[in-house]
Write a protein that binds this ligand. Structure first.
Ligand code: PHE
Ligand code: ZN
Length: 891
């Protein structure tokens, strides 16, 4: 996405030198070039005069020098799209030759000796800021987004996370238009001014990087509550939205209080201020932002009612409210030295929110959902041209580095510490990390060192997980020696070459494993030979174990379990103990056995998925060879037993009977064939549906929720099972099953069941589909978050030639090009439909190409998130590659 930097200055500046101009070309920034700043900022006093035509920002900074920094070195300040109105040093105007100004920088050539006062006045136009970075307006209210580099759109500053200062913020605005004025920290003063204006003064006692700065001004109401911390302090909690949405903030408030309690109980982390604010805004590029004590959220991650939000939305709200709250310690109190370290806060905080959600619901189901996400999005990213390590070596635009690799793979890396060190050891590492680094800006190496030192652990080649990209392939061959009673594993790890990294070193991979006996029971594991020595296996309390974590450290390594009295069925990589692609010789019948018996619920699910993947991929090649398609009866029977097993959690069943997604299947192919994958998967869906028709009917009929909507695991699980079953039934497109879906649609009392019934019906093109879709729109047209679901459902559809419908929806009143959520629903949704986005006529690619060009002029960040759909282009056949290249680069 292009850069639209604009030079605007009213103060006469030195003409921009040629070399300066050359610098405006996007430049690659390297981790290895990191240097400490020459100057630090101690305190920053900001004053905002908010206005309709322009906003004036005055900043007053106390500058000190870095102990080892060069004395009187030039002070370089970042600034984009800001007009400089005045510049003073120690109270005096800086003369014309004393500074220079370019499109992105203000350089003070000869600063005086430190400490000194720097005063800068800038003028900005938030009302015209469509990038949604810096200060902007959303439905009439002012709000900010400063991560990663948005603060430079507000005023000139050293916009880098290792510059941490104490901020005070004074906001001045029209009182009737903007009755609520918020910023970070504590409100210390407020009052009226002349001409109908008022002000508020906020002080944040904690030093922070400017990316955590926030300001909100507007017409907002709040839901107020209180939380008493473990040490007995009372914290006021406020969730701010337009008044009419306040009833929809019950679940967000519940989530916030649960998160605060959880962080105390699990990590011993207490909240550190007397006030915590959350503001919901409809126009937001990302999910939410952890600004100190003033989190700003995309409304879709705050507002929920049973009628308008699905169980998935409720779960996402819980997770993201938790995520942003947890950042207060992992991100804010301890922050990142530079943006290459982004995973230090994001990987860790995603891990924490995953654990939080697990503890609040079902651990196995949460783990399954997270692994699916990793496989659908991160594995393909790591195998394509955008592949990068968890801690990237370089970047051009930081905004584009908020990736599934930094977040989700980063969380897997943190999880592996816990798997290797145990929960207790991990907690010790966390405690040491906070003890060493509170109020510092640090690196992933510091985190690694804290984990290692707190546990005196050998983490030798574990650090490579941060620097090597690509998904390791872990191949395991097993054999049983009946006379010696030994079970052997031969492991090989191989990390495929990726962009910029042709060769790789072996890494430490934690391999959790268990062995099942012939009755499905876990066999006791007494000792294992790991290539160096024989280790006896006991847990911390000296008890016997049935799962062990093996350390796979070398390219090839052998493990031998002793005292295994019968041929076992191995359960490999339990709980998905490392983010690898597992290849093993475990036979189909053993996988079916695991599906029926494994005590590790994740692997029980995984066994079914592995058979499903094999089956569908074999059908794909049958299709490509023009052969007839057959379904594996044992697989269907395995699914039947799972579906009918009343001792299993229903949400787990729902996951276990769901087939691997098309994108996951395409990722496993040498050359992805979207049409064949789609056809083969649909074939299997319908075969399952007709074989298990009665079982699915029973599941729908016995899991209806008549009661009032409840957000708890049991009722969500019932809805999940009912909805998956309904989807299967409707795929048959028989009058009886369609009537059933229609009935479910008409009688639904919550969005979870309503949207699932709509999706079930919408699988089949025809009049009924059109009818129900317009009925849904009529009912919900005033609720923008619900119409997003309506847009996404249509955009994602695999009905042939759907690009035309999607293009027509661009002109629908429900769509708005300036609202990121709308774009993600319609354009992003469309790119999620493999058959239509990758259609052979090239119309899908052309559509995305056109959209990206338009979006780039409005909001480059949204444009670049959309364009990433092209990044898998090398996975496809030459015809599609040519089409994509032509659209993406040729125009
Ligand atoms: N830091 C935010 C998070 O919690 C994400 C974000 C990044 C939001 C950049 C806005 C801009 O993950
Ligand atoms: Zn985050």
């Amino acid at each position: 996405a292009g850069e639209l930097a604009r030079v605007t200055c009213t103060v006469a500046a030195e003409p921009i030198a040629k070399e300066e101009m050359a610098k405006e070309v996007p430049k690659e920034i390297f981790l290895k070039d990191y240097e400490k700043p020459d100057y630090y900022f101690e305190t920053v006093h900001l004053n905002f005069a908010l206005g309709e035509e322009h906003t004036i920002v005055h900043s007053n900074i106390s500058v000190v020098s870095h102990p080892e920094g060069g004395a009187n070195a030039p002070l370089k300040l970042d600034g984009v799209d800001v007009k400089l109105r005045s510049l003073k040093v120690n109270g005096e105007d800086v003369k014309d030759g004393g500074y220079s100004l370019s499109a992105k920088q203000l350089i003070l050539h000869r600063p005086p000796s430190t400490p000194f006062k720097l005063e800068i006045t800038t003028e900005i136009e938030p009302q015209n800021n469509t990038t949604l970075e810096g200060l902007y307006k959303s439905t009439g209210n002012f709000c900010t987004q400063c991560e990663a580099e948005g603060f430079r759109r507000i005023t000139f500053y050293q916009d880098r996370p290792d510059v941490m200062a104490k901020f005070t913020t004074r906001i001045e605005a029209d009182k009737s238009l903007y009755p609520v004025l918020l910023s970070n920290g504590n409100l210390i003063e407020q009052g009226d001014l002349s001409e109908g204006r008022h002000y508020a003064l906020w002080e944040d006692p904690f030093k922070k990087p400017c990316y955590l700065f926030a300001l909100v001004a507007g017409q907002l109401a709040s839901r107020d509550d209180e939380f008493t911390t473990c040490s007995g302090r009372k914290v006021s909690l406020r969730i701010w939205t337009p008044a009419q949405d306040i009833p929809k903030t019950v679940h967000a408030m519940y989530s916030l209080k649960a998160a605060m309690k959880w962080d105390e109980e699990v990590f011993g982390r207490e909240y550190d201020l007397d006030l915590f604010n959350i503001v919901a805004v409809p126009d937001f590029n990302m999910g939410a932002m952890e600004n100190k004590s003033l989190n700003i959220f995309n409304s879709r991650l705050v507002l929920a009612s049973p009628e308008t939000a699905s169980d998935a939305d409720y779960a996402a709200i819980l997770g993201v409210i938790g995520h942003e709250y947890f950042h207060n310690w992992t991100g804010n109190r301890v922050t990142c030295r530079d943006w290459f370290q982004l995973s230090l806060k994001e990987g860790l905080t995603v891990f924490r929110d995953q654990e939080f959600s697990s503890d609040m619901g079902s651990r196995a189901v949460k783990r399954i959902a997270d692994v699916v996400r990793l496989r659908i999005s991160q594995f393909p990213q790591d195998a394509g041209p955008m592949s990068h390590p968890v801690r990237p070596h370089s970047y051009i635009k930081m905004d584009n580095f908020y990736t599934v690799t930094v977040y989700e793979k980063g969380a897997e890396v943190v999880r592996m510490y816990q798997t290797l060190l145990s929960k207790k050891g991990f907690r010790k590492g966390m405690d040491l990390y906070f003890e060493r680094h509170d109020s510092q800006a640090v690196t992933c190496d510091d985190f690694y060192a804290a984990m290692r030192d707190a546990n005196t652990a050998n983490l030798a080649n574990f650090g490579l997980w941060y620097s090597q990209s690509g998904t390791p392939i872990l191949t395991i061959y097993t054999s049983y020696d009946a006379s010696a009673h030994t079970f052997q594993l031969k492991c090989r790890q191989e990390i495929p070459p990726t962009a910029g990294q042709p060769t790789k070193e072996p890494m430490l991979i934690p391999l959790a494993i268990g062995l099942l006996g012939s009755k499905g029971q876990d066999l006791p594991l007494t000792s294992v030979y790991d290539g160096a020595s024989l280790k006896s296996l006991k847990d911390d309390c000296g008890n016997g174990v049935t799962t062990v974590v093996l350390r796979v450290e070398k390219a090839e390594q052998e493990f031998i379990f002793t005292d295994i009295l019968e041929r076992p069925v191995p359960s490999l990589l339990r709980g998905f103990s490392a983010p690898v692609r597992l290849v093993s010789d475990v036979a189909d019948e053993d996988l079916l056995f695991l599906l029926a018996h494994d005590s590790d619920e994740f692997n029980r699910w995984e066994a079914g998925q592995t058979i499903g993947r094999k089956l569908i991929l074999s059908l794909v090649s049958a299709l490509q060879q023009g052969k007839e398609l057959f379904i594996n009866k044992d697989f269907v029977n395995g699914l039947r037993s799972t579906l009918c097993n009343s001792s299993l959690d229903k949400e787990f069943i729902a996951k276990a009977i769901t087939l691997p997604a098309e994108s996951e299947l395409m990722d496993l192919m040498e050359v992805a064939d979207p049409d064949a994958v789609h056809t083969a998967r649909r074939f299997v869906v319908k075969q399952i549906a007709s074989s298990l028709r009665q079982e699915f009917l029973d599941a729908v009929n016995t899991n209806r929720s008549n009661e009032v909507y409840e957000f708890n695991h049991e009722s969500m699980a019932r809805r999940a099972l009912k909805n998956v079953s309904l989807g299967y039934l409707a795929s048959l497109n028989e009058p009886e099953t369609i009537q059933l879906a229609l009935n479910e649609y008409n009688t639904a009392t919550n969005m979870t069941e309503q949207i699932a019934a709509l999706a079930a019906i919408a699988q089949n093109p025809g009049e009924l589909r059109t009818e129900v879709l317009s009925k849904f729109y009529e009912q919900w047209q005033k609720d923008s978050l619900v119409t997003n679901k309506w847009l996404a459902l249509q955009a994602l559809s695999d009905i042939p030639g759907n690009v035309k419908n999607v293009e027509a929806l661009l002109d629908h009143p429900a769509f708005d090009m300036k609202n990121p959520n709308k774009v993600y629903s319609l354009v992003g949704g469309f790119c999620g439909s493999a058959v239509n986005f990758h259609a052979k006529d090239g119309l899908g690619y052309r559509f995305l190409g056109d959209m990206v060009l338009k979006l780039d002029k409005i909001n480059p960040q949204v444009a670049s998130r959309m364009v990433s759909a092209f990044s898998k282009w090398k996975k496809f056949d030459l015809h599609r590659q040519e089409l994509a290249k032509w659209i993406h680069m040729g125009r």
